[in-house]
Design a protein around this ligand. Sequence first.
Ligand SMILES: Cc1ncc(COP(=O)(O)O)c(C=O)c1O
Length: 403
Amino acid sequence: MLPISFKENMPALQNKSYFNYGGQGPLPTESLNAITTSWERIQHLGPFTNDVWPYITKEVISTKNLLSEICGIHPRRIAFTENVTSGCVLPLLGLPFSESDHLLISDCEHPGIVAACKELARTKNLRIGILPILKSCNGNDNKNETYKTVLQLIDANLRKNTKLVVISHLLWNTGQIMPIELISEKLKEHPSKPYLLVDAAQSFCHIPIKDACNKADIYAFTGHKWAYGPEGLGAVALSTRVLEESRPTLIGWKCLKAEEGIHVNNINPFHSDGRRFEIATSCIPLLAGLKSSIMMLKNEGSETERFLKITSLSSILWEKLSQIKNIKLVLNSAPPSGIISFEINGINSPEEVVNYLGQKNLWIRVLEDPKWLRACVHITTDINEIDNLVIGLKNFISTKKSI
Ligand SMILES: Cc1ncc(COP(=O)(O)O)c(C=O)c1O
């Protein structure tokens, strides 16, 4: 019997055409089994026994090693989190801001991160400025042009007292890649040396990330999107500066160097590595699930090979969509990533499109602001699915006499 393929290993991909990898990736059965096996192992050893601790330690170390290899950083700079948002927000809230400091946030950030920055600004009396990349990049996928525009915008919007810049590595709405390394160099030259917080929700296991991850102060990602991992497990890579300067914010036993002596006067009882942002009991079996998915991904090719496959699939989809009358693509040529956003002329409620396609087992999503439709392709996408989506959209448009 032939071994089953990566795609065949995913029940979620057997009965539908799936384009929501940027929302949540499917979980391979092999990874689900790895989670169950790990859970059984813990129960067999005894969930709170001396026998289980070496197993848990091994799981933690091997997962951090694997993540640090992908990020190109030392494992001590990694903290486990539950999701992208907590990876961004937990270290952010502990940064040393002074009253009236300026935070510069791109206008393509996820609402949860924006809300956290706004609340931080309200409570600490900070100022928020918006980095207007959405319109200024003008739908252009040309990497050099985009990079130049973003850097010019940063120059124009940095203030003397800017202490933080927040920007995603891969924009969740347009699919454009941001020049994180160049932004970091610029910030290092700025007199107030702003921290660089990078939302890596869409970049981890999608595009190569080592250089960006090395340059960011906070680089937060999750296993449950492009890595085909389980929901509930993410991580954040932290710069040495953040480890030294940010105080833990949601404090629990996991961030303590030692549990004993906590009543003794000690102003810094916290770990000096990534664990200072870990809180308390978490779900260890998820580590086995994420490791399994990442190992399976690695078997599908190198990071660069996988990225090339994604972009070749997204250019096929972009090309086909560009030939459909009334589809208005956000980028004016093939996208630099697996994310393709578009509108349908004359359709005020894109939810209607998602519902229509959903009934045909085709899954894309609506983004809220701007209200665009988004389809993501990954290495498990095939040409049949792309054709199904194109046919589904053409059929939807043909049902609309008014457009
Ligand atoms: C860019 C971006 N940031 C943050 C999030 C939130 O992710 P999580 O639920 O893992 O915190 C998402 C989810 O889609 C996202 O696309």
